[in-house]
Design a protein around this ligand. Structure first.
Ligand code: G6Q
Length: 548
């Protein structure tokens, strides 16, 4: 079964949502709460250690019902089965999207093209876990007999962002290994990393699904050259590991077959941290923690695939985005984790969400005349409060936001957590309630301001409020809960892609720049720049003056 290919704006529910928007668009969040004393209870979902509060959104139950109708009319139920059953829903690349298979129970069955893929996943995982245990315990030695103390992940995009974000997020669970990530093709990036390395005790993991990516291969080659200045060819096998689907290219690079951790074609780059691409995570936090990360994601998969849409976290939250994006005309969405460990979650989700749903052509190949993927941005709270929250509170733009927080800190013994949590709750309250003229006047009066001063200051100090947010409140930052949280965003991407009638799992938009970069690279040594536009030609001329 292929996915239904109907544009959402032709559906009955879409039209009803347009009139629902007309009815509700002037209504204030405070009014919704005044009308329904059970709103916080009715508009929240409790699942395992997650408490999802979506009551501070500009909608009521009639909107939710219509959004669910939209999901149904878009064929979401059938689409979820196609996704989990390994159908080739990534039609333009003729691929399945089966990263969910990587986190299923090791005794379950996931069929792909008539073969159960779980035994092979288990086999590869066993190899990965055994390898990680050897490195962590110091059994795996470098060429001079010393144990490994530093791991360098060489990869970019999906082969970098996920492992880097999770390794950082699970800092608390880390062992003694240092883990560094090299991604950019910029020589200064790799040289800064090399500067701090000891070839005798460093392990390099070259992570590239295709093993053709310019950035990764350039960095891997530069690092290998540097390594060989300190060690013999023979030592490569103790220090270079690859994660890839392209065995031929890996062996041509000089990494032996036993040092290759395979991955499957049906794992998309930006959804690959659950596969061997997560080897650096596994090394940083150990296999038990990695397994728990997988379990958490697997539990979210089970919730998403089996729960009624009304109680389904990824479905409800995805639909709320659709509501703002397509009916309120909102363009951006902020992600604010109240955890410094998750400071790079917004950057990670930027790729997941924007690369997946930044599409302007529908599944029939026609240009789209409604909005698709949102612009995603954000930073950790409370830092973000002292940076860009002003615009969220008093700016001219409506910015729905996800606030993510954890009830229990990882470190005990200080009084910071109450302060963090009070900020976490206060911000969504302030965004919603605002501060009216009466309240501002009262405050200014008690601060001793004169009538004239109050009149002058009043307009600047009033907050309109009525700004929406979701609160994703989780018991604690554990590998399990992190896995579930990431998986919930993955499924939100899927739901939105289905509704917007787009293909979420290709990324042709990143190809053109790569092609042109190759053309330009070869033109640096030539004299014929006539085929370039005048601006680019002038830039190339300018650059050529600096080349040595
Ligand atoms: C993600 C993209 C992209 C990819 C990188 C690295 O979904 O496909 O970010 O992960 O381009 O690709 P390789 O792993 O093949 O080097």
């Amino acid at each position: 079964m292929t996915l239904i290919k109907k544009n959402p704006n032709t559906l009955d529910s879409w039209k009803k949502l347009q009139s629902n928007f007309k009815t509700l668009s002037q209504k204030k969040l405070n009014e919704y709460f005044a009308e329904d004393s059970d709103r916080a209870e009715n508009m929240s979902i409790r699942w395992k250690s997650f408490y999802i509060d979506y009551s501070k959104n500009l909608l009521d139950q009639s909107t939710i019902d219509l959004l669910i109708q939209l999901a149904e009319e878009s064929g979401l139920k059938q689409a979820i089965s196609s996704y989990f059953d390994g159908e080739k829903i990534n039609e333009t690349e003729d691929r399945a999207v089966l990263h969910t298979a990587l986190r299923q129970n090791s005794s379950s069955t996931v069929m792909f093209e008539g073969v159960d893929v779980v035994p092979e996943i288990n086999k590869v995982n066993e190899k990965m876990f055994a390898f990680a245990d050897q490195v962590i315990s110091g059994q795996w030695k470098g060429f001079s007999g010393k144990p490994i103390s530093h791991v360098v992940n060489i990869g970019i995009g999906g082969s970098d962002l996920g492992p880097a974000m999770v390794t950082e997020a699970l800092e608390y669970y880390r062992n003694n290994l240092n883990v560094t990530f090299v991604s950019n093709v910029e020589g200064d990036h790799v040289e800064e990393v090399i500067k701090k390395l000891d070839p005798e005790t460093t392990l390099f993991i070259v992570v590239s699904k295709s093993f053709t990516t310019q950035e990764t291969l350039s960095n891997a080659n530069t690092i290998r050259k540097w390594f060989l200045e300190h060690a013999s060819e023979k030592a490569i096998s103790q220090h270079f590991i690859a994660v890839s689907t392209n065995l031929e290219k890996v062996t041509a690079f000089g990494i032996s077959e036993e040092n290759v951790f395979p991955m499957n074609d049906w794992v998309g780059g930006r959804f690959s941290l659950w596969s061997t691409v997560g080897l650096s995570i596994c090394l940083a936090v150990g296999s038990e923690n990695f397994k728990n990360l997988l379990k958490g994601a697997g539990a979210m998969d089970a919730h998403f695939s089996a729960t009624d849409f009304k109680e389904n976290i990824p479905v409800i939250l995805a639909l709320i985005t659709v509501w703002y994006n397509n009916f309120w005309g909102v363009e951006t969405e902020a992600i604010i984790p109240y955890s410094q460990y998750l400071r790079n979650l917004p950057a990670y989700l930027q790729q997941g969400i924007m690369e997946s749903n930044g599409k302007g052509v529908d599944r029939n190949g026609n240009p789209i005349d409604y909005q698709t993927g949102n612009i995603i941005w954000g930073a950790s709270g409370t830092n973000a409060q002292h940076a860009f929250f002003q615009l969220m509170h008093q700016g001219t733009k409506l910015i729905p936001a996800d606030f993510i927080g954890f009830a229990k800190p990882l470190h005990e013994g200080n009084d910071h957590h109450d302060k963090l949590m009070s900020n976490f709750f206060a911000q969504t309250q302030a965004l919603m309630q605002g501060k009216n003229a009466e309240k501002v006047t009262e405050e200014l009066k008690s601060a001793g301001k004169s009538k004239a001063e109050i009149e002058k200051l009043l307009p600047f100090k009033v907050f309109q409020g009525n700004r929406p947010s979701n609160t994703l409140f989780i018991d604690q930052l554990t590998p399990f809960n992190l896995g579930a949280l990431i998986a919930s965003y993955e499924h939100r991407i899927f739901v939105q892609g289905i509704i917007w009638n787009i293909f979420s799992y290709d990324q042709w938009g990143v190809e053109l720049g790569k092609q042109l970069a190759n053309n330009i690279l070869s033109d640096f040594d030539g004299d014929d720049l006539q085929h370039h536009d005048p601006s680019t030609k002038a830039l190339i001329y300018h650059y050529k003056r600096f080349r040595t």
